[in-house]
Design a protein around this ligand. Structure first.
Ligand SMILES: Cc1cc2nc3c(=O)[nH]c(=O)nc-3n(C[C@H](O)[C@H](O)[C@H](O)COP(=O)(O)O)c2cc1C
Length: 172
């Protein structure tokens, strides 16, 4: 961790990239985050709004953070809120996000047109971030569009499963 923390505190940009697991981050990412605790000081101080916190041990005000995450369901509602809240607590207003629901579609070659279009917008977002430090409103709108409308997405991804809600034995 000594080596990783040194790299971390010297970085201008940290990209957190992982799939959504149980409305949060995968355990390995959480383990890494937990081991980053030494970047904070052990004492507790009071914020302007009377809440409390552990101050950072280092001046990381130069740092920006990007979260890139995909997930299996088709939306962010009732899905990403807990993770985003946690990241906002940690990284405040210095966090930029790229969330890509319907992630399973990336493994279906037949809809490559849709997925590569999305990835083109991701590349564009990277360019904009490196020059302006933000994504343009147009790029944000494009990144917020679903790859497929929910109904079509559900039909497509569910065809490969041989069980449905009604075939589950509710008494077992
Ligand atoms: C343990 C586990 C928990 C998951 N939890 C969620 C979830 O809360 N919401 C969601 O939309 N997708 C969830 N998914 C789907 C994954 O985010 C999605 O399939 C992702 O592409 C998996 O990436 P991986 O194959 O690298 O693990 C979960 C997948 C796993 C394996």
């Amino acid at each position: 961790m000594k080596e990783l923390i040194t790299k971390y505190i010297n970085a201008d940009l940290i990209i957190w990239s992982f799939p959504l697991y149980y409305f949060g981050m995968p355990s390995k990412v959480k383990a890494f985050l937990d081991r980053m605790l030494p970047i904070y000081l052990p004492y507790i101080s009071i914020n302007n709004d009377k809440t409390s916190c552990h101050p950072l041990r280092y001046d990381l005000s130069h740092q920006r953070y990007i979260l890139i995450s995909t997930c299996g369901l088709y939306g962010t509602k009732n899905n990403y809120e807990a993770l985003l809240k946690q990241f906002e607590f940690i990284f405040k207003d210095r966090l930029t996000k790229i969330i890509c629901p319907e992630g399973e579609l990336f493994s279906i070659p037949q809809i490559d047109g849709r997925t590569s279009r999305f990835l083109t917008h991701v590349k564009q977002a990277g360019k904009e971030f490196s020059t302006n430090g933000v994504f343009s409103e147009h790029t944000k709108r494009e990144l917020n569009k679903l790859l497929l409308p929910p109904k079509i997405f559900i039909e497509l991804v569910n065809t490969s499963w041989s069980i449905t809600d009604s075939s589950i034995n509710k008494n077992s």
